[in-house]
Design a protein around this ligand. Sequence first.
Ligand SMILES: Cc1ncc(COP(=O)(O)O)c(C=O)c1O
Length: 435
Amino acid sequence: MSSFREDGAAAVEWVASYLERVSDLPVLSQAEPGDIRATLPRSPPDEPEPFSSVLRDLDTVLLPGLTHWQSPRFFAYFAATGSEPGVLAELLIAGLNQVGILWRTSPALQELEEVTLDWLAQLLGLPSEFHGHIEDTASTGVLSALAVARAVRPGHRVVLCSEHAHSAADKAAKLLELELRKVPVDDEFRLRPELLELDDACAVIATIGTTGAAAIDPIPEIADACEAAGVWLHVDAAYAGSAAVCPELRPLFTDWERADSIGVNPHKWLGVPMDCSALWSRRPDDFRRTFSLVPEFLQSPDDAVNLSELSIPLGRRFRALKLWAVLRCFGRTGLQERIREHMRLASLFEGWVRDEPGWEIVAPRHFSLVCFRREGADEENERLLEKVNASGEAFISHARLGDRYALRLAIGNFRTSEDDLRLAWDVLNREAAVL
Ligand SMILES: Cc1ncc(COP(=O)(O)O)c(C=O)c1O
């Protein structure tokens, strides 16, 4: 155990110093395909090695192959944060190594998961009738919701979503042999509800905060249509859902509580390290009827519903512990502060783009994602993106919005400051000037 204590202290020290220096590292890994593999031994070691050699190789071998999601200048896709309480909780989770297959195999895991999801629902303003559990990712949440929707509406094999919905919808429909129909969007990239044809449908996926432009589908009209037709409504708020912790942003979520199921990723914008995806439903019995399968060897006399009866995997990690740690160590006010700061920074950046000749904003901004571009050809913007990312000073990504190529700058890392944002803007302007 003494080496465990020493190695443990060294590992925590490694993470602490990594977090201090991460903003000096190139955000996007500058490795070429195969570079990292070439520096790794072809075969596993025969003899035991000390843990210190793992830490050493983390620095010398793996670090060049890491894209730094913990960097304050990670602005690509949807930025994320492994916050300090979340990181420490991951250590405890591994130390405890709970395997939640039945309530009795870890009563604390199951009950903490239900309580933290209830807390999170309260923080986001969702009503108490929602029952929540944790999935690994929003993709699994979409797959699970569609599996339930298919089961409760036999003979209806169509799923509808906007053409801007996440590709998780395509994957889930493919796996479940459902037909996915993409509904066109309006000029603000929102699903056009008057085009919903629900006769053969079992589900609609509506998104609050689409991946490309963080657009908001018109939930009230979609919910009306789904209710009238008896169709399951899943609201995918994987990225944006965390923003509902701020009451002033709740109007962006109008009527989302009318959904049958809702997915939000605390591993995106709430400081919980990957992975932790919340899935709530107001119809947990339908989840149970769809997923419950308790073979003889798992029968128990306990008067408790096992969370494994509401989801695909049997064994579950103690993810609730890291969500609990984050909710406690930041509190409602700490989380609100961070979301508000990101909203402020996004508004600032949007202003810089608007005020600078040669640049344009290409989508309305609701959350902390700014979609913009250089006036001119798509190819020029594509080259600009490559140049900025190759510099290692900031990492941004792109989307195709309608027929236009857009640059996306997503603020979501708790460590991002106004100076980081200014630096990214300077890099964009510097690289644009030399194109
Ligand atoms: C709107 C939306 N839904 C779903 C996903 C998929 O998330 P996950 O990686 O948790 O499966 C994303 C990822 O960015 C997303 O933006």
